[in-house]
Write a protein that binds this ligand. Sequence first.
Ligand SMILES: Nc1ncnc2c1ncn2[C@@H]1O[C@H](COP(=O)(O)OP(=O)(O)OP(=O)(O)O)[C@@H](O)[C@H]1O
Length: 347
Amino acid sequence: MPAGPDDPIVPDEAATLLAPLIGRDAGCAGVLLAVSGGPDSVALLHLAALWRERGGAPPLFAATVDHGLRPESAGEAERVAEWCAERRVPHAVLRWTGRKPATRIHAAAREARYALLAQQAERVGATHIVTAHHRDDLSETVLMRLTRGSGVRGLAAMRKSRPLGGLFLVRPFLDVSKSRLLATLTQAGQDWLRDPSNADPRFGRTRTRRLAAMLAEEGLDAARLAALARRAARADAALDEAARAAHARHLSQEADRRVFGPGLLGEPDEIMLRVLQLELERHGPVRLERLESLAADLSAAARRGHRLTRSLAGAVTALDGLGQVTISAEKERRRGRRALTKADGSS
Ligand SMILES: Nc1ncnc2c1ncn2[C@@H]1O[C@H](COP(=O)(O)OP(=O)(O)OP(=O)(O)O)[C@@H](O)[C@H]1O
């Protein structure tokens, strides 16, 4: 009988969830569990240890990042260390000692956290870092992206597995509801830490949770939002593949200047946009809205046989009268112009 939405996860199911992503067959030589001490990641620790008891699990390690942002954080990391010791999972506390910015602290903490986890994984020889993001996290991320007007890629939200430097970042619980993780801990008699920031309305995620509760009453629940993310991820992967093929097809010259034949502007808008994105992201980050406006301007100019030059993301995109698009680094273009001026003898 399939498990109900609030049923605890049983040991066999733990193996089914974890093995395809971090089993030895998945090329995993060691796993670093990211355990904050919250219920989700304590459930991850508990289930991974259960899986190891049954055999077939790779070597397990755990780490807690102490961001040093709340006075209780050091003590909390010690509690996690105890829960890991009870399961004979080697545990490390990783301290964020870098400068703490005055704004966007949440984003900076996240960036520092992944960097510290990656360093620790390399130190212990783990190839995979595992977090306990679950279906409710996924659906909240989709909702946040919807409110920001994201495209297909943004709506795909989180992937179960993605590269992180030379490692893999794995999220085996994306199909599992938070209530099941809580039920698992309750059944096991395992305690967890209550993070006060989870109820703080200043954080966007807390506001999104309220919105999620309202939408669920209308039928747009976590399962449906997660299904949307899955479908968006599938579409995104197909579009990416088509864009890579179009990129290879239209790139006619590869040197400092990259030249794309006129066929690029005849591609469907989404493919053309992604080819431009692939190219521009080699120079710097680029916002979707800016990319859309560049693509629209290029198409409109090409239709009229006009030329066009635009600077974006540290690169210059130039359309000639024949529909060819050339992309070069802004500084190379400047260097080229200086060389020309010198050769002219003008100053
Ligand atoms: N301090 C921490 N130490 C170790 N792991 C952590 C820590 N904080 C979060 N994690 C891991 O990340 C998972 C998600 O945590 P959380 O939802 O708080 O992340 P977030 O701040 O929303 O950022 P993101 O979703 O981008 O990782 C946790 O279940 C846990 O596996």
